[in-house]
Design a protein around this ligand. Structure first.
Ligand SMILES: CC(C)(COP(=O)(O)OP(=O)(O)OC[C@H]1O[C@@H](n2cnc3c(N)ncnc32)[C@H](O)[C@@H]1OP(=O)(O)O)[C@@H](O)C(=O)NCCC(=O)NCCS
Length: 164
């Protein structure tokens, strides 16, 4: 095993195995249809099943998943791009919201991003997405700028940043 996969495997050992009794771990290829279904349910511009599968196969991409049996309660995916861990998405299943899951997945993944050599998380949040902005504010993310018309429907994005 080369250095980065070894560091990532070591970082997974530091991630809590459970949250509120639900299982925490890396996404498997078999999770792709459920991740893609959640994407379709909550995002105006969801990743397709093919895109989710391609992401899961990338060695520089990491998905942390919280499972309640066969249900994915929450997930967070990001891709390492040099010093940045670019956020793909974090979603909490509608039936599992307001139990701290978003706060948990975003913070629990920090050692994984560091293990991939990243120095910061970087993401885009719709200006209308107040729930996500609240979560991020609580866990030390900052807004760097507002990017006009970042999304396909013309909505502006807050460019959000969390040093690692
Ligand atoms: C945004 C989202 C991820 C939040 O998930 P969550 O697991 O419910 O969030 P948490 O329970 O960790 O919330 C932590 C805190 O953030 C704030 N918060 C979360 N959702 C909120 C909402 N809808 N309205 C107001 N504040 C909210 C609260 O202060 C909450 O703490 P509290 O419940 O003790 O008051 C979830 O609503 C979601 O999946 N939305 C659709 C997908 C999305 O927008 N993803 C982010 C963009 S990639």
């Amino acid at each position: 095993m080369s250095a980065t996969p070894r560091r990532l495997a070591a970082a997974w050992k530091t991630v809590p195995r459970t949250y509120r009794g639900w299982a925490v771990g890396p996404a498997r290829l078999a999770d792709a249809p459920r991740i893609a279904a959640l994407e379709r349910e909550v995002f105006p511009e969801p990743m397709s099943l093919r895109q989710v599968l391609a992401a899961l196969l990338q060695p520089d991409t990491c998905y942390l998943v919280v499972r309640d049996g066969r249900t994915i309660a929450a997930y967070f995916g990001f891709t390492a791009c040099g010093p940045y861990a670019h956020v793909l998405a974090n979603v909490t299943h509608p039936a599992y919201r307001r139990r701290g899951l978003a706060r948990f997945v975003l913070t629990a993944a920090e050692p994984l991003a560091r293990a991939l050599g990243c120095r910061a998380f970087l993401g885009e949040v719709r200006v209308s997405n107040h729930a996500q902005q609240q979560v991020l504010e609580q866990i030390g993310w900052r807004t760097l700028a507002v990017l006009p018309r970042c999304f396909a429907n013309g909505e502006d994005a807050r460019i959000v940043f969390r040093p690692l």
